[in-house]
Design a protein around this ligand. Structure first.
Ligand code: IPD
Length: 297
């Protein structure tokens, strides 16, 4: 119920702030040491802090909500892969934007999502470097709190209809999978988004520009805020997007998981913009998050 979600939100926000302190400590330590482990390949980084923050979060959740299930990036990659059930399930990325974290770029966050009956119902994203706290609860709106300020309802301004991709500021990510097929597909999409159609690239949209914050969760939060018009990524993990999905949807945003290419998905009215399938939460799928339902061009 509503009251229960409110109290879970209070718990989750406190947890995000506690984790944030550890992330900041880790960041200071890591700038003077070089103990970065390698995960899948040399660009998919994991630090001891990803693991420490996940353990902290997992233990606190276990104490407060012993019956809740837990899906976390680091326990998943070390083999703990619980099946998604109808039970309340926390879905957590301890540090989203690990590459930024390692390089000292202040764009990293903890992303805490709660799934109930296979749908994301609560999300908290906290960037401790900038003290930006994004929260969202199903049916109760989403908010941004900066530092000690008061919560601001999202989106921050009235979203304007997006008449075409050529008017959009679009977030994309390179991701950690640098295999040639996926990187080719991504770069071709980036090329079409960025290029002048009069310059010979078929389907070129020449959008206002392309951005990559280096954190899926922060890209989504920035869409929810109303600043980016869209975030598109191939190969998101559930913990990258779970919290963000609630925050974006509560801000009036649209989330689509689809195998359609970006441009055709925008033009394809058959893509149900409000459909969040369990597939998105359990598999690596294309993810498209749009600020507002736009007019097909
Ligand atoms: C990654 C970041 C990155 C995105 C990857 C994610 P991590 O998460 O969100 O922006 O491109 O798909 O896996 O590894 O920093 O937690």
């Amino acid at each position: 119920g509503h009251a229960e979600l409110r109290s879970i939100l209070t718990f989750t926000v406190n947890l995000a702030r506690t984790a944030g302190t550890l992330i900041l400590e880790g960041s200071q330590a890591i700038q003077s040491a070089s103990d970065v482990n390698q995960k899948k390949n040399s660009v998919d980084l994991v630090t001891e802090y990803d693991v420490a923050v996940e353990n902290l979060v997992m233990n606190e959740i276990r104490k407060a909500y012993p019956t809740f299930k837990f899906i976390g990036e680091e326990s998943y990659s070390s083999g703990t892969r619980p099946e998604l059930t109808d039970e309340p399930t926390f879905c957590v990325d301890p540090i989203d934007g690990t590459t930024n974290f390692v390089h000292g770029v202040p764009l990293a966050c903890i992303s805490l999502g709660l799934i109930y009956q296979k749908r994301p119902v609560l999300g908290v994203i906290y960037n401790p470097f900038l003290q930006h706290l994004y929260t969202g609860v199903e049916g109760q709106g989403s908010f941004l709190t900066c530092g000690t300020g008061s919560p601001m309802k999202l989106p921050l301004a009235n979203p304007k209809p997006l008449p075409s991709l050529s008017k959009a500021l679009i977030a994309v990510e390179w991701g950690a999978d640098r295999g040639v097929p996926i990187i080719t597909a991504k770069s071709n999409s980036f090329l079409r988004l960025a290029s002048d159609p009069n310059d010979g690239v078929p389907g070129g949209r020449m959008c206002h520009s392309i951005r990559s914050l280096g954190s899926g969760a922060l890209n989504i939060a920035t869409v929810a805020q109303g600043s980016f018009d869209m975030f598109w990524e191939i190969g998101c993990w559930p913990w990258d997007v779970c919290a963000g999905i609630v925050i974006a949807q509560e801000a009036g945003g649209v989330v689509t998981g689809s195998h359609a290419a970006l441009a055709s998905a925008v033009a394809d009215p058959s893509v149900d913009p409000f459909k969040v399938t369990p597939e998105i939460l359990t598999g690596r799928k294309y993810l498209i998050i749009r600020k507002i339902p736009d007019t097909p061009q």
